[in-house]
Design a protein around this ligand. Sequence first.
Ligand code: OFO
Length: 181
Amino acid sequence: MLKEPVEEALNEQINAELYSEYVYLSMSAFYEEEGLPGFASWMRAQADEEHAHAMRIYDFVIERDGRVTLTSIDSPPTEWSTPTDAFKEAYEHEVEITEMIDDLVALARDENDNATENMLQWFVAEQVEEEATAQHILDKLKHVGDDGTGLLMIDQELGQRGDTGGNPGGPGGDASDSTVE
Ligand code: OFO
């Protein structure tokens, strides 16, 4: 049984994960427009992963006899000045998500809700990977700068990311994966 404050916060996190899906899909569309199919494909796989994150919490709420309440999803940004700017925003977005997960863990502890805290530990590990991966790609982009050849090389590399098919346990879909770097 979920206590009300925890149920409310988990519903907010479902919304945040669906918003993340929207952000990455929007970035994917931006990269398609920029003629960078590898970046676009990487962002699309990331959007699938975010959907799986939302469903992971969705399923947990139901399993704990809580009520999932879906609310409207904000519009994502749609334009960025450069390919690097979009990735910078992706990294900053993940840092914000990490803070949300940390706040959720703190709330679960305050409410003595061990089941929720245990479920959230998967997200704690996932966020370490999400931040590190985005940071790693961003570092490469900063080295490359405006060099078109370097950008195309990174594009080719990112295009090799496996599609998770929305499965958090699949290739490219969990904290143990390293194919996206
Ligand atoms: Fe990108 O992270 Fe979800 O949780």
